[in-house]
Design a binder for this molecule. Structure first.
Ligand SMILES: NC(=O)c1ccc[n+]([C@@H]2O[C@H](COP(=O)([O-])OP(=O)(O)OC[C@H]3O[C@@H](n4cnc5c(N)ncnc54)[C@H](OP(=O)(O)O)[C@@H]3O)[C@@H](O)[C@H]2O)c1
Length: 322
């Protein structure tokens, strides 16, 4: 029987090419984002979100807000959810709250903020201000920022969770000097989330914190995935290794992010994102194949063997307020 081109195309599309179309390779719908479950609830989150430290902090004018508006609009449109902010990030929390309300995308997003105050009353005041700035009656996650007055603030956060005003509680750090304390808190407390720094060239968290999170059933949000600009600087002027295409990696940002989100304990990662081009690039790390264990080791060796690079570059010193 003779098959026409049209019939063939129809048959192929019916039998799975729709999947290819949906993968974006033919320029159609982008592929769905890879998701991971929050262990305490089973709720699934896309593995890439948006961080708001630094670039969102000093924004005031409509012109400065426009690219951030587009970041949030496209994040929601493309199935992204997680937005990480903090009361200590200057204008970031208020800017995020205003844009989310203006875009009408609150129900599509997962808003995460922090409490970094000392003392019960100061903590409550800071949290209430976050609710007002974020313009929402329910915040998805509030985490104790950098272990500041952890016991007191966790007590308040649990009361708020009980009252249905927040959905998840957690703790954060980006300082290896806090890791021992952080681990002690993880062992002693019931937490929905931890947030910690982890990057291809800065992998200390993988030694104990990430496996401990899996053991304790805690979701893991990764901060500082690029070590701010450090990783990009280390590979400046270099082409991606050809084997990166083996895990659908088309940029250095995707190389660094796919390394992170392929760790089995990681739930999501929040690269600092203030440009829509960065957002689209970073969301690409939540699509297609991820590196397997052997490829992850190859990526570590690659970054370590970079003579100009990362091994010799000083680890980022995070600002105290971040
Ligand atoms: N203790 C804590 O709770 C804690 C601590 C630190 C961070 N955080 C959270 O983690 C988030 C991430 O950390 P971070 O923003 O400081 O550092 P980061 O994510 O490691 O790096 C962010 C920087 O990377 C660059 N970038 C982003 N996407 C890119 C792309 N696709 N291509 C090229 N460059 C790209 C941008 O630099 P340029 O803008 O300069 O171009 C951006 O400012 C923060 O925003 C914050 O939400 C939490």
């Amino acid at each position: 029987m003779h098959t026409t081109r049209r019939e063939l195309l129809k048959a192929v599309i019916g039998s799975g090419a729709a999947l290819l179309l949906s993968s974006g390779r033919l320029g159609a719908q982008p592929a769905p984002l890879i998701e991971r479950a929050i262990p305490s609830s089973g709720e699934r989150l896309p593995v890439i979100g948006v961080g708001t430290a630094r670039r969102w902090e000093k924004v005031t004018t409509p012109a400065e807000m426009a690219p951030l508006r587009e970041v949030l609009r496209q994040l929601a449109e493309r199935g992204g959810k997680v937005v990480d902010t903090a009361p200590s990030y200057g204008a970031a929390e208020a800017v995020a709250g205003e844009l989310v309300a203006d875009l009408g995308v609150r129900s599509s997003l997962f808003l995460a903020t922090k409490v970094g105050a000392t003392g019960r009353e100061a903590g409550i005041q800071e949290i209430e201000a976050s609710f007002r700035r974020l313009r929402t009656s329910r915040v998805d996650l509030i985490a104790v920022h950098n272990l500041r007055d952890t016991a007191t603030q966790l007590r308040t956060l649990r009361e708020l969770k009980q009252a249905g005003r927040i959905r998840y509680v957690g703790i954060t750090t980006s300082f290896p000097r806090q890791y021992a304390d952080f681990e002690r808190t993880m062992r002693a407390e019931t937490l929905d989330f931890i947030q910690v720094d982890y990057a291809l060239d800065s992998r200390e968290a993988a030694a104990t914190i990430l496996p401990l999170a899996a053991d304790r059933g805690m979701a893991v949000m990764i901060n500082l995935p690029f070590g701010r600009g450090r990783l990009f600087q280390a590979v400046q002027g270099r082409a991606l290794p050809p084997w990166a295409s083996g895990f659908d990696c088309a940029s250095w940002a995707q190389f660094f992010l796919k390394y992170i989100v392929s760790h089995p304990s990681v739930t999501c990662c929040v690269p600092g994102t203030a440009k829509v081009d960065y957002l689209l690039d970073n969301l690409g790390a939540a699509q297609g194949r991820l590196p397997d264990a052997a490829t992850r080791r190859r990526m570590e060796a690659f970054i370590q063997s970079d003579r100009r690079g990362v091994a010799g570059t000083a680890r980022v010193t995070a600002r105290a307020c971040i």
